[in-house]
Design a protein around this ligand. Sequence first.
Ligand code: ABU
Length: 497
Amino acid sequence: NGEDRKNAILFESLPERSKHEDFIRRAVDLLVERVVFGRANRSSKVVEWTSPEDIKKAIDLKPQDGPASHDELLAFMADIARYSVNTAHPYFVNQLFSSVDPYGLIGQWLTDALNPSVYTFEVSPVFTLMEEEILREMRAIVGWSDVEGDGIFCPGGSIANGYAISCARYYFYPEIKSKGCYAVPNLVVFTSELAHYSTRKMATFMGIGSENCIAVKADEFGKMDIEDLERKINESIEAGSTPFIVTATAGTTVFGAFDPIVPIANLCKKYNLWLHVDAAWGGGALMSKKHRHLLNGIELADSVTWNPHKLLAAPQQCSTFLTRHKHILEEGHSSNATYLFQKDKFYDTSYDTGDKHIQCGRRADVLKFWFMWKAKGTKGFEQHIDKLFDNATFFLEHIRHREGFRLILEKPECTNIMFWYVPKCLRGCENEPTYYERLHKVAPKLKERMIKEGTMMVTYQPQGNLVNFFRIVFQNSALDHKDMVYFANEFERLGSD
Ligand code: ABU
């Protein structure tokens, strides 16, 4: 009967089961109270800053010989939540991800409860079909026609950018698969000096070499300089190297700049290069009629990285690699393990998609995104994106003329805003020789103060010749204009001396 079947699935007797059920219910209550809602309100702290030594004292991190009781485990959970950064908090604006989407969270919990691995249809029937549907829809939003192309969910945007290099290399040099780097010319990759570091890192990882990842200059707006790109393509050809891919960025990590895709695509056509667009950050803008123009020309790309866990606020991690080339992922990466991908199965084995990936075991990152999409509809995502851009514009205009704030970019394109906060003691000292040296020290000091008080989290960095400046990131559409004023006031308070 049904009860026997349930018990067989759980491999445990009824008393054991009710014990576990009770534990799960208490644990879920604790998660909802302490993690999801209890800490995500404006009056709680973003972080309970604690030194590594004190965290070690507060939580017994060592595995132990005997089992802990359920009460002890619940106490561990509470402590782990207490000393973790509250990334669901409205004032966590430190990174390109934030907030907790209730539907995304439930999708993630359902994924974890089902514990799938998406390599074959037989173990992941629903997720295989879900991936097919979502990836097709994303390709359609990119602008490729319904019939062509392929895509995969990846463990992060860096890996997705690596897939672009791998697919491009296989496209031009299929012998790479069996003979390796020895059989191909000295290949070179081009990307902007402001692109995410993953392109260089993946070039290193894939045996191309970091020196063969050529950094193209960015202009004053942070966009790739086309003339420099063409110059560098020609220089590398003259030096005996073989260009094969350009990675353009749609939403750079720090400045949020969108490279001009159409002229880059024209150069790729002229020199027969693969065009990859890293839209990990900016891809979400494709969902908005108002803002998708930022990615004009993306449909000319051979491949795209797009991370729903960034601008679309899906829970970590949710990254995709999309390509217009239907068979390249399979052909470039398959290894036909006969213990898993048997071709004589009783169903259509084209649904066994795992061999396209360089991973074997793989989480079903699709479900949380699919669930969010169902819950909000495409319209809901569009409203979310439009709100983010509206908040970013409000914040930009609010600080533009406010004393103490100096913008790095007058017209940032995405929802990250970059600025120096100049405390009173430095105002009017711009011509002094030590001004920039002193300004460089302001952001780390303010960051320390905001973290120790737990009032907000905003990241900072130097970039090229620019000394440390703040980058505030708007990616949580639960924020409003009052929050924008809060952030500005908070900088003023923290930097009042
Ligand atoms: N791709 C990682 C982005 C890191 C950040 O949030 O700044």
